[in-house]
Design a protein around this ligand. Sequence first.
Ligand code: PMP
Length: 350
Amino acid sequence: MSWEDSVRKVVPYVAGEQPKQKDVIKLNTNECPYPPAPAVAKLAENLDTDAFRLYPDPDTTPIVTALAEYYGVKKEQVFVGVGSDDVISMAFLTFFNNEKPILFPDVTYSFYDVWADLYHIPYKTVALKDDWSIDVEGFKQENGGVIFPNPNAPTGLYMDLEYVEEIIKANPDVVVMVDEAYIDFGGKSALPLLEKYDNLLVIQTFSKSRAMAGLRIGFCIGNEKLIKYLNDVKFSFNSYTMNRPSQALGAAAVQDDAYFKEITGKIIATREWTKKELTRLGFTFPDSKANFIFASHKSVPAADIFNYLRQQNIYVRYWNKDRINNSLRITIGTDSQMQLLIAALEAYLG
Ligand code: PMP
C-alpha cells in the first residue's frame, strides 16, 4: 500500500492553447474578438484597490442583482460562479448525486465527462445523429440527470426550443441542465421554460458574448429551490469564489445592453460571411448558431489544414478524437481576421 493508492486520479480537461506571442490570429478558444463594454474599461481604471484588503461579497450581490434585473427573474433565482465551468462543476456536485448514470451527448463539451469522473458520477453518452443533431429520443431513458449545450459544442448546431422542452418534459424526476454558453449568437434561450419546469437549470457565461473570458464569470438561473441547494454546496466548498473586480466589472457589462447587441450582431454577420467563403473553398459544416464553425474539407484532412494554419500563425482548434478528427473548430474573429483566414486557406487549398 502506498499513498498513491488513495490519490483521486483524473485525466484532466485539456484547455485550448493560449499562445505567448502577440501576432497570432487566435481562433481556437471561442473568445470574443472585441473588447468588453466601454463601461467596463471606465470602471476598471477607477477600481478601488484599497478595497482589495477585504474579502469580496460572498453572495456576489452586484452581479446577481444586475443579472436578475436583466433577465426579469428574482435574485434568489441567480447563481454566479468563476466562469460557467465553475457553475457547471458545482451543479454536477450538487444535483448529480445518485446511482443512475447522467446523460449527455457523445460529441459535446469535453469537460462533462471529466467532472463526472472527478466526482465519481456514473454517466452514459447519447450518440448524436449522423447530421450531428442531438437525439432527443436518447434522452428518454432512465437516468440520474441530463446536461447538453444549446447550441452544442463543438458542432455549433442549435436545437429548437420545442425539442429542448421535450427533453425536460421527459425527465421530471432529475435536474436538466441546458448549457447556453453560445446562446447569444442567434439561438433562443430556454429561460422562459423556467416558469413551467422547476427542475431546469439554464447556464450561461460572460466569456463569449460579453467579451470577458479573462475575468471568469459564469452564472445559472433556475427555480429558487435549486439555487438554494447550489449555494449550500458552494458555501461548503469556498465562500469567496468570485473576486471583487469581477463582481463589479461583470455588473457594469450587463448594464450596457446596446454594446452587447452590437458585438453579438457583428459576430453573427461575420459568421454568415465566413460560412459562404468556407463553402466556396470546399468545406462542409453543421449550420452554426454559435461564435464558431465546425468545418471539414471535402478532400484535405483537418489535421493537415490545422498544421498549415499554425505555421501561418492562425490558431484554430483540432481534436484527434473519434468522430471529430476530420473537423476544425474555427472561432469567429473580426472581419479582417476572417479575411486573412480565408486568404490563407485559399492559398493552401489552391
Ligand atoms: N460550456 C461550453 C459548451 C463551453 O464551450 C465552454 C467554454 N470552454 C464553457 C461551458 C465554459 O466557459 P467559461 O468557463 O469560460 O464560462
